[in-house]
Design a protein around this ligand. Structure first.
Ligand SMILES: Cc1ncc(C[n+]2csc(CCOP(=O)(O)OP(=O)(O)O)c2C)c(N)n1
Ligand SMILES: [Mg+2]
Length: 1006
């Protein structure tokens, strides 16, 4: 059957140009293969074939203008029942009618267990009819006993629903009582040997503290922390012994984000495992000569050990959420197999104050990230004092996480409390637990058993009686959940089983646990890094570390013999779990860079056709999606700006990632660029969260090490909301050795015209330049963009260099010239000669420009030549930042080798045979171009956009910031006068001619 392929609905566009014809007569094509590419003034989009078949006739050629309905080609279709392109596969929604059955089914999924009559003792003094209450409770207990907890939960839910229907006001259910979520009867017991584990934990604790104390004997400058790991040791130990599976040839590995300042504990364990030597421990925080251990988790400094930089608080949690999401993305796209890997994240309770820590928790629940487990170590303290002295951080966090849809497991009380809770027939113990605030809980742990008896139990006579047979020491031993390996094991085990939601384990601990007077639960614990002899002896005794007094005084490490049961046990546990953690490695295969022809069209002139560099980049990406090696690995990431950048064509072409597919028919389903969400979607459409988008980018940019698959993330954002907004993430990305592209779009202080002060970026390149492994460019023309992008692919993804690219792209439309012969090398190094004026030949200047302002420089050069007889060499500077790096390195080499012949920087080499002063103009602050001043002895004048932006037309803005062609001409003439190469009257006349107001204040003051 012959079918016509016509232009589908392309939205509001009429008469758009055909810029590529991708098939020819006789070609056999598949459904959805692109036929042509259309380009409006804002975006380009491919038209896919609605069906498979053979092309009989092409009805358009490059340059034709088409509209909706225009005939593109005729096709002999392969099958008669071809589908319409716009048909959306709507995944079935959950049956609404059967909600009740569904609910019951879910609830019944819980294993039927014998449950203690957990409600039978509690009653309230406010109870007006205790008998009636008793009856209710007995009915509930009967159901639990006879039909199981699931049925009981179901009935209670029904009762609660009924209560709401009847208009009753029920208590706030964001939080549960201040007790463990898992009752003792439902705890899963650890299979480990508790005696050995306790010893191992004691040695790890000791060695961690000893390492910090030793470093501070060398110099107090070195710093370090003891109290944090001391509070978290059990939380880590249980994970290390029983849960965290390492990466090996059979398994991808769990990913653990360690809390930054608990690093000493990880080193101490690695020492017992034989992975780190005593010599290395002695070099804690002394990294300058190689072989030291980094202060915190820094993959850049310990690339075979640490995986995730976490110490800038808040970054770890959000990066981990997007890591867990990205893992699901890779699985849903068929790039990784689902092995049930988990992402574990450790964070401090104080750290949860960071907006980033909790800022994305609703995404984790929405995306059903059951591969994600947070462990919040609630030692109730941060650096200066209590986290919530007047409240309860655990309850607050429970409310936030439950509200967001997480599975919350509170681990508040240790096993020693179990008999007390059981014995309390009054309900007062739980009441007291609920009413005490964190400031008091902290003080109790600092002040001993007698104090607890008085302040905690002493509040109610019944409670005082409850503990009357206990000594003060017994009371002191009543432990917190986070220090009880049984409770921790049970919570981790439940977290591993949880389905369809992320889990948070909220564990209560004591900061500086075991440090006694020197730092247990006191406000100064965080900064304690020097223990004197007395403190050390106390610490040894507290954990029974088998060291003599002399060894303690020498602050020796303790490591039992290789054949000891402890070391054998510890190694066996790790062997069972597949290897060591943390460990960083990569077995990813490089991606072959695409053939040159993918970029070839960008090397030619666009003629009269105008476009922005953003559009050129989007076209490049569209072409790359046709390369079989590159296409599947591209991860376009956009924070709700696809339409701004003309990328809406990607929606339908490669789909937007949505773990649940698309449950609705989009409003624009008939259109070519309709909003298509799909489970295998490639685009990460992040919504309005730069921090989230950047976290996704980091996950993708480090997939080569975390998942052994090289990915090519391209994150496109408003350049002003890039480095300025998420600079700390970019720094962490450098540390993590991310590989990928960051595209600062709508860049340039005067190029983004109407959006005004908060949007106009004149400094992102300066911020980017501060990250050592970030390579940055400010290209003007599409061929520059193509050369830079191609090289980025080659360096990062084929040659696996640990660098990432920042490229600015603009939204100003203009025509692009052909690439000058031999320009490639200069484009990549940072500057090349774009054009020379040799008309009159008397006076010469070196004119440099970047981004769209290069075009002002080009226009100024023409005026200078034609009207003032001033010749120029015009340099397109693609990267002042790269030129600066080269200059600094050469200058240093020259200084180090005073006897050698002076080496020339690349800037010097370009300019040495050229005459005249330099005028450098950019759409960025002057310090951007000023960076290369030291590398030339020519007079140097820079023009830039220092100051706050404002909305206006590009023309007015460039006039305001004095970077338009008129200012370039006038300032150049003035510079030539200063250099005594030209009379000053020329400049004065130009100031008049161009109405340049000399009295106007410097733009930074306006
Ligand atoms: C973004 C950021 N701000 C400040 C710090 C400095 N800092 C390091 S630890 C700490 C207190 C941490 O308290 P918490 O999160 O409760 O951890 P704990 O040591 O109690 O486990 C602070 C303020 C940091 N590392 N990162
Ligand atoms: Mg804390």
């Amino acid at each position: 059957m012959t079918e016509n392929i016509s232009v589908p609905d392309i939205g509001d566009f009429e008469s758009v140009e055909v810029i590529e014809v991708l098939v020819k007569t006789g070609d056999k094509i598949n459904k959805d293969d692109p036929i042509v590419t259309l380009e409006s003034d804002k975006s380009s989009v491919e038209v896919p074939s609605p069906t498979a078949g053979e092309i009989l006739e092409m009805n358009v050629k490059v340059g034709d203008k088409v509209s909706k309905g225009s005939l593109l080609a005729k096709l002999q279709s392969a099958s008669s029942n071809s589908e319409k392109t716009t048909k959306i596969e709507v995944e079935p929604t959950k049956e609404q009618k059967n909600v009740e059955k569904e609910e019951e089914k879910i609830l019944n999924n819980n294993p039927k267990k014998i449950v203690e009559k957990i409600f039978d003792q509690s009653f309230s003094k406010d109870d007006v009819d205790p008998l009636e209450t008793k009856e209710w409770i007995e009915s509930l207990n009967a159901v639990i006993e006879n039909d199981g907890p699931s049925r009981a939960s179901f009935l209670l839910n029904k009762v609660v629903s009924q209560a709401y229907t009847a208009g009753l006001v029920l208590p706030d259910t964001r939080t549960t009582p201040y007790i463990n979520t898992i009752p003792p009867e439902l705890e899963v017991k650890s299979p480990g040997d508790q005696n050995i584990e306790k010893k191992i934990r004691a040695y790890v604790r000791w060695n961690a503290a000893a390492m910090v104390v030793r470093a501070n004997k060398i110099s107090g400058e070195l710093g370090g922390h003891i109290g944090t790991f001391a509070s978290a040791a059990t939380l880590y130990d249980v994970g290390m012994n029983h849960f965290w599976r390492a990466k090996n040839k059979n398994f991808g590995g769990d990913l653990v984000y360690f809390q930054g300042h608990s690093a000493p504990g990880m080193y101490a364990r690695a020492f017992l495992e034989g992975r780190l030597s005593e010599k290395q421990l002695n070099r804690f925080r002394q990294e300058v000569d190689s072989g030291g251990l980094s202060s915190y988790p820094h993959p850049w400094l310990m690339p075979k050990f640490w995986q995730f930089p976490t110490v800038s608080m808040g970054l770890g949690p959000i990066m981990a959420i997007y890591q867990a999401r990205f893992l699901k993305y890779l699985i849903n796209r068929g790039l990784l197999k689902d092995e049930g890997r988990k992402i574990w994240v450790f964070l401090g309770d104080g750290e949860t104050d960071e907006p980033e820590s909790l800022g994305a928790i609703s995404l984790a629940a929405r995306e059903k990230l059951d591969n994600l487990i947070f462990v919040v170590n609630c030692n109730l303290q941060r650096l200066d004092g209590p986290v919530r002295g007047n409240g309860k951080i655990i309850q607050e966090l429970e409310g936030s996480f439950r509200g967001a849809g997480w599975n919350v497991l509170k681990v508040i009380w240790g096993s020693y409390w179990d008999p007390l809770l059981k014995a309390d027939k009054t309900g007062l113990l739980m009441k007291r637990m609920n009413e005490v605030v964190d400031g008091e809980y902290q003080a109790m742990k600092a002040k001993g058993g007698a104090y607890v008896r008085e302040k905690f139990f002493g509040r109610y006579p019944e409670l005082k009686e409850l503990v009357s047979s206990m000594t003060d020491n017994d009371i002191w031993r009543l432990n917190r959940g986070g220090h009880d390996p049984h409770k921790v094991y049970s919570a981790y085990s439940a977290a591993m089983q949880n389905k369809d939601s992320p889990t948070v384990v909220i564990a209560k601990t004591v900061k500086g646990y075991g440090m006694g007077k020197s730092g247990e639960s006191i406000n100064t614990t965080h900064q304690q890094k020097k223990l004197d002899e007395k403190d050390l002896l106390y610490y040894r005794d507290r954990f029974n570390v088998p060291l003599t007094d002399k060894q303690v005084k020498n602050i020796e490490y303790y490591k039992p013999a290789e054949e000891s049961e402890e070391i054998k046990y510890l190694k066996e546990r790790r062997k069972q779990l597949g290897g060591f953690i943390p460990e960083r490695s990569s077995f990813a295969q490089p991606i072959k860079a695409p053939p040159k022809d993918i970029f070839e069209s960008f090397m030619k002139s666009t003629g009269d056709k105008e476009m922005s560099t953003t559009m050129a980049l989007v076209r490049m990406l569209t072409n790359l999606l046709r390369d079989k090696n590159v296409a599947p690995r591209l991860v376009p990431i956009i924070p709700d700006e696809a339409r701004t950048f003309g990328m809406e064509g990607f929606f339908r072409k490669i789909g937007i990632y949505a773990h649940e597919g698309q449950k609705y028919e989009p409003e624009d389903s008939e259109q070519l660029s309709s909003y298509k969400e799909t489970k295998s979607g490639q685009v990460l459409e992040e919504g309005i969260t730069e921090a989230g988008a950047m976290s996704s980018w980091i996950a993708a940019a480090t997939a080569y090490t975390n998942h052994d698959i090289e990915m090519i993330p391209v994150y496109i954002f408003y350049s002003m909301f890039g480095f300025q907004r998420i600079g700390d993430f970019a720094w962490a990305a450098g540390d993590a050795q991310a590989r990928g592209f960051l595209i600062g779009a709508t860049a340039g202080r005067t190029t983004l015209a109407g959006e005004g002060l908060q949007h106009q970026d004149g400094h992102s390149h300066i911020l980017a330049s501060m990250i050592p492994n970030c390579v940055s460019y400010d290209p003007t023309f599409s061929y520059e963009m193509a050369v830079i992008f191609r090289e980025g692919l080659r360096r990062m993804h084929e040659k696996n260099e640990n660098i990432f690219y920042y490229i600015t792209a603009m939204n100003e439309n203009y025509s692009h010239p052909e690439k000058p012969e031999g320009a490639d090398e200069g484009i990549l190094k940072g500057m090349y000669l774009f054009k020379e004026y040799r008309n009159k030949g008397k006076i010469k200047i070196q004119l440099m420009g970047s981004g769209t302002i290069l075009r002002e420089a080009i226009a100024a050069a023409k005026i200078l030549s034609e009207e003032y007889g001033v010749d120029s060499d015009i340099w397109s500077v693609t990267s002042f930042n790269e030129l600066r790096k080269d200059g600094m390195e050469i200058e240093r080499r020259n200084l180090l080798n005073p006897n050698n012949k002076k080496e020339k920087s690349y800037v010097e080499k370009c300019l040495e045979k050229r005459d005249g002063p330099i005028i450098a103009v950019t759409d960025y602050v002057r310090s951007f171009s000023d960076q290369i001043r030291p590398y030339t002895d020519k007079p140097f004048y820079s023009l830039g956009t220092d100051g706050f932006g404002r909305s206006d037309t590009r023309k007015n803005l460039r006039k305001f910031f004095e970077v338009d062609k008129e200012h370039i001409v006038a300032y150049t003439l003035s510079a030539l006068a200063k250099e005594q190469l030209l009379g000053s009257d020329n400049a004065e006349k130009a100031f008049k001619k161009y109405n340049i107001d000399k009295k106007k204040a410097f733009p930074t003051k306006l």
